[in-house]
Design a protein around this ligand. Structure first.
Ligand code: NDP
Length: 336
């Protein structure tokens, strides 16, 4: 079983030396255990925070342990009555090819139905990123028809779903993304009303001018994934009583300071700003996954994947995710 361990904690940007690839033997199963061949590993921005040992909302990843991560795969051996060989499952299998778990613990593995939904989608649009989009949009922004919702990292796993869910509720969806290709995709494939390339508008003034053109009625909801001057520019166009779902601030994950230029705008505009962690809202997952699954199965919720091949490619792909080299949900294919 090939595995990738956390070898050292990054100082600033992640480097290949922070990871170590090892091979370990698989032990025979004991009663209650299930062995899963992981088919896809999900790479997610939160993993960067777990690599630090500083205090956060979640415990840090221990050194010399398998990197944590969501996986989908197939049961290849079972000593548990609830799982049989061939079952497709989603779980937190980590950066490794096989996962051996005590499946008597509730929730460690969830069976998934791949009749109408591809297995990999359970790590994206019909998984944690999809529910994240759903929670921030529905529970925090709660857009009314005709309102304008802006989302940053708009072509990504979370952002792409935010805009499409906003459109489905009759709102106007405006994305912010890095590069002309990503912006073209967001408008032409995902159906957003507009998308701004922040790399072409590289400071608050330029970006707020572009936002003014794309959002003639101002901004009623902002789904924040990035932070920094992108947030500053949005605040300048925010309407009174607008809502901000604080989902992520990826521009600061390597430790860069992310100052806010004009926090008084939150007061001036009487805004609601709410941070959230999707795993703390398990009560909404069934409802959210039902809507997301239905939309994906019907071809109404589109998504894109960037798939790295083989476990050994995971570190490089992860570093790419933190630099915007992914286009859509970043996965690692672990079989075939
Ligand atoms: P994405 O698929 O959106 O990939 C990350 C994207 O972030 C990149 O493609 C890039 O897009 C953008 N990015 C990376 N670095 C920077 C930077 N320095 N400045 C601006 N943009 C950058 O990832 P996810 O959809 O999985 O995650 C999106 C956000 O949601 C993250 O902030 C993540 O931490 C957060 N999140 C929060 C959760 C919660 O419970 N609160 C749960 C899941 C995710 P581009 O090229 O367009 O810049």
């Amino acid at each position: 079983n090939r595995q990738i361990l956390l070898a050292s904690r990054p100082k600033g940007e992640v480097t290949p030396e922070n990871f170590r690839l090892v091979e370990t033997a698989l032990a025979p199963l004991t009663d209650g255990q299930v062995r899963v061949r992981n088919h896809f590993l999900s790479l997610d921005p939160y993993m960067r925070g777990r690599m630090n040992d500083s205090k956060s909302y979640a415990a840090s990843q221990p050194l010399d342990a398998v990197m944590i991560g969501g996986t989908v795969g197939e049961v290849v051996e079972s000593r548990n009555d609830h799982f049989k060989v061939g079952d497709k499952v989603v779980g937190m299998g980590g950066w490794q090819e096989f996962q051996t778990v005590d499946a008597t613990q509730r929730g460690v593995l969830q069976k998934v139905d791949t009749t109408h939904i591809p297995l990999s989608a359970y790590l994206g649009a019909v998984g944690m990123p999809g529910v994240t989009a759903w929670y921030g949009l529905v529970k925090i922004i709660n857009p009314k028809a005709g309102e304008t919702v802006v989302v940053s990292a708009a072509s990504g796993a979370v952002g792409s779903a935010v805009g499409q869910l906003a459109k489905a509720r009759g709102a106007r969806a405006v994305g912010i993304a890095g590069g002309a290709d990503k912006c073209a995709y967001v408008v032409n494939e995902l159906g957003f009303d507009a998308c701004i390339d922040y790399k072409q508008h590289g400071d608050v003034k330029a970006l707020s001018t572009a936002l003014k053109a794309a959002c003639p009625d101002g901004i009623d909801g902002y789904f924040e994934n990035v932070g920094g001057y992108i947030l500053d520019a949005v605040l300048l166009r925010a309407n009174a009583f607008s809502r901000v779902a604080m989902c992520g601030m990826i521009s600061g994950y390597d430790g860069q300071p992310i100052p806010m230029a004009a926090p008084q705008l939150i007061l001036v505009n009487r805004m609601k700003v709410e941070g959230f962690i999707v795993s703390e809202h398990m009560e909404v997952w069934p409802e959210a996954l039902k809507e997301l699954g239905g939309l994906v199965a019907a071809g109404k919720l589109k998504y894109r994947e960037t798939v790295a091949q083989g476990l050994q490619s995971a570190p490089e792909a992860f570093m790419g995710l933190l630099k915007g080299r992914n286009f859509g949900k970043q996965l690692v294919k672990l079989v075939g």
